[in-house]
Design a protein around this ligand. Structure first.
Ligand code: AGP
Length: 612
């Protein structure tokens, strides 16, 4: 969501605004801008699409803009696509009022049409510009900025946190708030407004939280707050005393956001120690070669996202090992009278290592003579201690209930074990072995390259967050990856969704596709891309809105048909889900953010399910 900062004081505003915006980057954004009032140049507006660095470079770190009164904004597009014109601040037609906004003006079209009938010209597609023009309209009526703000707020419907400056008021920063958070910061050399504390904690810990309907007028030496009746309000001050857990977020709004961004490093830590001289080396795995060659079957048992890792790995392992791999939900396995004997290898995947269903299934497998290998993230956990062998994912502590980096490191570790077993079985060609290993070592950099540009996903999330149900469709590895994308969306945004084998749609479920149904079409597995395209056409023909996920080399082709397209870098086809899952995690995150969900602690869920 958008980030706002404002400053009025005794030192240059522009560097402070840029610094504050940088501390709010974790909120996600697609463009950024500042407005600074200059004694000589009036309102100086600078705004750009893209990363904050682009803006900072444009104004040389703020040095180009003189003045000690200003507002800054990082935008997360809701109305109007990400571009320079739609970026904030927005300015009134006469250029004398600048405004930044976090929220949504529900009746902006009605107001826009009214103003256009008054001869006002608009430049952007945003709801926010309407407020800038409305402010000028009312300011021209009453010639008093505070009164103009009051009149304006009485006419708009929706949510807002506003930062406002006017060329005619050289010492005043005006703020207003309804539904979107806005904080007042009391500093030594000036006063602040901000969307959250991270933006200003460097300058002050003395803050007050604006309440709905309030308007604040800040100068370098004073802060006056009024309620919606324009009666003065005495605000209680708070001192920010950040608790350790908040600090562990490293400035991210949620642990989930932090852990999504940590994935390249987590994968690097999990993979690198297990590749030596071009070979997979698993020192902690004690499977004699004759045991591996004598394997009669392989089970993978797990729950939730860990189970989804098993489904992806099934496709990969069966290609590499040419042996049947059966993936079973742990809660089903234990009551299914499973066919396990001494020649059965049972892979047990669990981030927490404490999931009761998985623990019980593993015990049942051991009781029937199977050999158990656990893939676990928590060192010394119960499953790790009881399995015959354990390989740890080095993802580091994962706090968010919705797993991301643990899923990703489980997946690459399963890739490594698959290559290791295939080499022992002699079922993988040397060039294929080397190609996979080579690409595996490039995954972190390719993933980072994608994570550096997530603006489009934020934008798509702001377009699609209100859908009541979502289909994730794909084939083969895309289908398997879609299971995780669907669960991520369900568990943190509470939107019902379903992952469906796209070839199976026509056998019944396609009857649910109607005009406007959101379908996330997964087409990253290159060997079946044409099939994925035909399924996009199939659902489009029935009115679906298609958000497609593909690889960079197929983006252009997909864009011709899909309504929106996300593309990830190309890697080895068997490793493609490791990259494709990241946009699905981000999509779920940004949708949940839009919906105001408790992202790190979704309702009804626990990080470790230690009950049956
Ligand atoms: C993942 O986002 C979920 N929180 C949940 O499905 C989880 O994967 C499942 O409970 C298994 O947990 P484990 O990996 O710790 O065994």
């Amino acid at each position: 969501m958008c980030g706002i900062i404002g400053f009025v004081g005794k030192e240059p505003a522009a560097p402070i605004l840029l610094d504050g915006l940088a501390r709010m980057e974790y909120r996600g954004y697609d463009s950024a801008g500042v407005a600074v009032r200059s004694e000589t140049a009036g309102l100086q507006i600078r705004k750009t699409k893209g990363r904050l660095q682009v803006l900072s470079d444009l104004i040389h770190g703020g040095a180009d803009l003189d003045g000690s009164l200003g507002i800054g904004h990082t935008r997360w597009a809701t109305h109007g696509e990400p571009n320079d014109i739609n970026a904030h601040p927005h300015v009134s037609e006469n250029g004398r009022i600048a405004l930044v906004h976090n929220g949504i003006i529900e009746n902006y079209m009605e107001l826009k049409e009214h103003l256009m009938r008054q001869g006002v010209h608009f430049t952007s597609d945003t709801d926010t510009e309407v407020v800038a023009q409305l402010l000028e309209f009312h300011y021209n009526e009453c010639h008093n900025m505070l009164e103009a703000v009051g009149r304006c707020l009485r006419r708009i419907e929706g949510s807002y946190a506003f930062g406002i400056i006017c060329a005619d008021y050289p010492n005043a920063l005006i703020a207003a708030r309804k539904d979107s958070p806005l904080i007042i910061g009391y500093g030594k050399n000036g006063n602040f407004i901000a969307s959250d504390v991270t933006a200003i904690i460097k300058y002050t810990r003395d803050v007050a939280y604006m309440d709905d309907g309030e308007i604040a007028v800040l100068t370098a030496d004073s802060v006056d707050v009024f309620d919606d009746e324009m009666s003065p309000v005495e605000k209680a001050h708070s001192t920010i005393d950040w608790d350790v857990s908040a600090a562990e977020k490293g400035g991210y709004a949620h642990f989930m956001a932090k852990e999504i961004m940590e994935q390249p490093e987590a994968i690097r830590k999990t993979v690198s120690p297990r590749i030596r001289d071009g070979r997979v080396v698993l020192d902690d795995l004690h499977l004699p070669e004759e045991y591996v060659r004598g394997l009669s079957r392989i089970f993978v048992i797990a729950c939730g996202s860990s189970y989804h890792v098993g489904v992806v790995s099934k496709y990969i392992w069966e290609k590499l090992l040419r042996r049947p791999v059966e993936v079973v939900l742990a809660s089903e396995f234990r009551y299914s009278d499973p066919l396990v004997d001494e020649r059965t290898l049972v892979i047990v995947i669990s981030q927490s290592g404490e999931t009761l269903d998985t623990m019980a299934a593993m015990r049942e497998a051991k009781r029937r003579g199977g050999r158990t290998l656990a893939i676990v993230n928590v060192v010394g956990s119960s499953i790790a201690r009881e399995a015959d062998d354990v390989l740890y994912t080095w993802a580091g502590p994962e706090i968010a209930v919705a797993t991301t980096k643990a899923y990703s490191t489980q997946l690459v570790l399963m890739d490594l074990v698959g290559l290791y077993l295939a080499e022992k079985l002699g079922t993988v060609a040397e060039d294929e072995y080397e190609a996979i290993l080579s690409e595996m070592q490039l995954l972190p950099d390719k993933m980072q390259r994608f994570l550096d540009h997530t603006e489009d996903i934020q934008y798509f999330a702001s377009r699609y967050f209100n859908h009541g149900s979502v289909f994730f469709i794909g084939r083969n590895l895309d289908y398997a990856m879609g299971l995780e994308g669907s669960l991520k969306l369900k568990e943190i945004s509470y939107i019902h969704s379903e992952a469906y084998a796209s070839g199976e749609l026509k056998h019944g479920t396609i009857s649910l596709i109607e005009s406007g149904t959101l379908v996330v079409a997964l087409g990253t597995y290159a060997p079946l891309f044409d099939k994925a395209m035909s399924n996009v056409v199939e659902v489009k023909a029935r009115g679906a809105e298609v958000l497609a996920l593909t690889t960079e080399d197929f983006r252009e082709k997909m864009e011709k048909t899909a309504d929106a397209t996300i593309a990830v870098p190309v890697t080895h086809p068997l490793l493609q889900p490791s990259l494709g899952v990241v946009p699905l995690q981000l999509f779920a995150y940004y949708v949940a953010l839009q919906r105001g969900c408790d992202i790190d602690k979704p309702r009804n869920l626990a990080k470790s399910v230690t009950v049956e």
